[in-house]
Write a protein that binds this ligand. Structure first.
Ligand code: AMP
Ligand code: GLY
Length: 438
């Protein structure tokens, strides 16, 4: 039976989900705050609406006769959009508001880990008082990560000893006066992501990915939602052993066991440290950009996973093409602190896709937070589009991504060209060797 799937969200991640669904037997209807031209092109219909408005999303789902829904971003999950869809009889692949707190409330997340003995939890304290938090920074012997408990689009954390001094961290807390913050030990190592499909207590894991949070080349500048990411031809990464990967998976397994009734994607952000794998955070959805690494190499039909989740059947075992991927985002000038929204951009999806013709690789362009209007495509305050190179090795995939970028229309936008380069990957490998005392 064919399925009618409602897709919520209009970023690069959602374009990747839309493609993966449309490649299968799904009829996709999409809604987002911005009109993403890539999603609109593969969807039967596209509605511009506020995706945190549960009533509007549910009404649209009912109007198109959705038999399933996928909620891409965290905002709607926090707003209870999955609850509203479920309650309307439309199974949402995405956790209900209470379970999404694993992402949307970092204080809850750490306490949950502590209470359930989930391995990899750093030392932490939670505060609802800025003065007490500042005192703790003064007293703490070592560096801390300062984390607002609520959602900040990946841009709220300040790490003492890395991005800021202890004085600057306190100033940051005083300036913002967050209701609740988590202060936790600074983890030193290499970050990586493992995403899993979860339903009925089962999970199916996907290859590890490394994202690049910092805005500028060489890992400089403020944190962003992610500037680009890469994955290798297997489940691991060049700096990550099979044992490290398994350690991360066992954290996800323990988390799923402790979470009652979680459904959707569980995203683990890990730090490989000298003491093993630690949890930086969990997200309650696919990563963006990481979904753009994972979905193009997923051979299993995404729709089959969603249908099995809805119908309470065993989730299919996943199969992945043995290919490496490199994803690079083009973002508005000034992103993330002072992004230039409303600039007209020319994005040439066709030329980008043809960039890999005649090679073993594949190039894909995903539109992200741009808005298609009658007279063209405009930037918003978030990331504009991404290109993904898919090939046998990370180095080859990186070249494919660069070839695609060269013709995609990155003028006026900014790219971290170092993502996935041999140099940068080697630095990760060397860093981990140093941490391990090799
Ligand atoms: P989050 O929003 O929790 O993903 O944090 C954003 C980024 O801040 C992470 O990707 C890390 O680079 C950094 N970060 C968060 N927590 C820590 C920590 N405990 N130690 C070091 N860096 C961290
Ligand atoms: N890539 C980071 C995130 O999706 O939160």
């Amino acid at each position: 039976m064919s399925e009618t799937v409602l897709l919520v969200g209009g970023g690069g991640r959602e374009h990747a989900i839309a493609r993966a669904l449309a490649d299968g037997d799904a009829e996709v209807h999409a809604c987002a705050g911005n009109r993403n031209p890539g999603i609109a092109a593969v969807a039967e219909s596209f509605e511009t609406l506020e995706t945190t408005n549960s009533k509007a999303v549910t009404a649209f789902a009912e109007e198109v006769g959705a038999t399933l829904a996928v909620v891409g971003p965290e905002g709607p999950l926090e707003a209870g959009v999955a609850d509203a869809l479920d309650d309307a009889g439309i199974y949402a692949f995405g956790p209900r508001e209470a379970e999404a707190r694993i992402e949307t409330d970092k204080a809850f997340q750490r306490r949950f880990m502590r209470q359930n003995d989930i391995p990899g939890c750093p030392e932490f304290e939670t505060f609802d008082d800025t003065t007490a938090a500042c005192e703790y920074i003064d007293e703490y012997d070592g560096d801390l990560a300062v984390k607002p408990a609520g959602l900040t689009g990946g841009k709220g954390v300040r790490v003492v000893g890395d991005q800021v001094t202890a004085e600057e961290a306190k100033e940051y807390l005083r300036d913002n006066d967050y209701d609740r913050v988590v202060l936790e030990e600074r983890l030193v190592g290499e970050e990586f992501t493992v995403q899993a499909f979860v339903a009925d207590g089962q999970l199916r894991v996907t290859p590890a990915v490394q994202d690049h949070k910092r805005a500028y080349e060489g890992d400089e500048g403020p944190n962003t939602g992610g500037m680009g990411s890469y994955s290798d031809a297997g489940l691991e990464l060049p700096f990550l052993t099979e044992d490290d990967y398994r350690e991360a998976v066992s954290v996800l397994e323990a988390t799923v066991e402790a979470l009652d009734g979680y459904k959707g994607v569980l995203y683990g952000q890990f730090m490989l440290t000298a003491e093993g794998v630690k949890v930086v955070e969990f997200n309650a959805r696919f990563g963006d950009p990481e979904a753009m690494n994972t979905l193009p190499v997923l051979n299993t039909d995404l729709l089959d996973v969603l249908v099995a989740a809805r119908d309470g059947e065993d989730l299919p075992q996943l199969s992945f093409a043995p290919k490496a991927t490199v994803c690079k985002y083009a973002v508005p000038e000034g992103y993330p602190t002072d992004p230039e929204a409303g600039a007209k951009v020319r994005i040439d999806e066709g030329s980008a896709a043809r960039a890999a013709e005649g090679s073993d690789g594949e190039a894909i362009l995903y539109y992200a937070s741009v808005d298609e209007r009658e007279d063209g495509v405009y930037t918003t305050t978030s990331r504009s589009f991404a290109v993904v190179g898919v090939s046998d090795t990370i180095t080859d995939a990186e070249r494919v991504a660069e070839d695609a970028l060269a013709v995609a229309g990155e003028e006026g936008l900014r790219v971290r060209h170092d993502v996935g380069t041999e140099d940068l990957v080697q630095r990760r490998v060397d860093h981990v060797a140093e941490l391990r005392g090799e």
